[in-house]
Design a protein around this ligand. Sequence first.
Ligand code: DLL
Length: 435
Amino acid sequence: MIWNEEFETLPREALEALQLKRLQRILQRVGETVPFYKKQFQEAKVQPEQIKSLADLQRIPFTLKQDMRDNYPYGLFAVPLEEIVRIHASSGTTGKPTVVGYTRRDIDNWTELMARSFVAAGAHSGDVIHNAYGYGLFTGGLGAHYGAEKIGASVIPMSGGNTKRQIMIMQDFGSTVLTCTPSYSLYLAEAAAEEGVDIKNLKLRIGIFGAEPWSESMRWEIEAKLGVKAIDIYGLSEILGPGVGIECIEAQHGLHIWEDHFLPEIIDPDTGEPLPKGETGELVITTLTKEGIPMIRYRTRDITRLIPKPCVCGRTHLRLERMSGRTDDMLIIRGVNVFPSQIESVLMKIKGVEPHYQLIVGQEDNLDTLEVLVEVTETSFSDEIKIMQGLADQIRDQIKDFLGVTCKARLVEPKTLARSEGKAQRVVDQRPRKN
Ligand code: DLL
């Protein structure tokens, strides 16, 4: 099923014409209302009226996370505060949060895009949507909430945490769709088992998972453990929140980015140059309809590619390949670049280990070191040092074979690594701070 047949299946030409019209309008508007953009355009010696084609967008400078910080909290808003009806913020790891504001129309558009996303994922009215994304400043909870209501589903606004209670509610209320981070879904499965409940036997049909990187192998693991179709959803506060893109249930491959609202580009993260169609690089997004805080050529830091092939579902909006990670999460271990999700992929294929792991990055003699901590399954957990050592060696060797990275593997007992109710912390960086 398609929620908004007209817009989701717009022929390419019409879609691009609409994009250009919206792009010109938004550039004009931010040039007039946001001093930051006015200055950016002046410095780059380009004026909005000079943008005559989508390709011309490349003449406009990028916007960075740092620009948001420099304009904290409301400096990038394009409307007066009286027109802002909602404020969200993302915490970030250091310093002040990134603040975003939504007008009434922004909230309506977000609701529409989340409605599209739910339907693309296979949800419909009559579903009981168990929303375990956090409610609050984080965009996940409220973002998913309104879209779920819009399609006529019954929403349970669970938020994160209180894991035992989540299981009870899921069981008693007959939840059919689960929305949370992929890592939390596994924690829920584990907590259910501890309560003597096999989560697979509940009514759950679909899981809509995102907000953190996860691998294809993790998808299989989750599908097997929860008995659901696991769908990948992407978004970021700076651009919208959840619902920038989602996989359709028909293909379950690649996330349709809602192109009538967002203009994606893929650039080389080192040079900033656009990459040819289909190549992997950093995703840059321009919002086409945002009123509260429009973003022009925002560098997301997320690594993906645009899949040029049309999709079987009939939607014409391009698909983003599953995110492999963020440029700032990329580890460089003795000169080899590696994303945590690639290590996850290797781990998930090894028998006897659980999908719970952590990467400890350190430094020895000025060289980066990597230690992979991974839990073993209850059944494979053995006091026999020889057997455990064999498994650890196998992990180390496979990571070396597939990724070319030398690491140390350390097996830990089941349920010893911290479980997260939101985004999992996969990397612990113990290197001395540069600067
Ligand atoms: O995580 C919004 C969201 C909520 C998306 C619920 C999906 C579901 P932020 O907290 O601003 O917003 O974090 C955004 O999370 O730039 C990516 O690095 C990462 N991310 C989000 N979705 C995915 C995904 C929300 N499906 C940052 N795969 C983004 C990989 C993801 N990474």
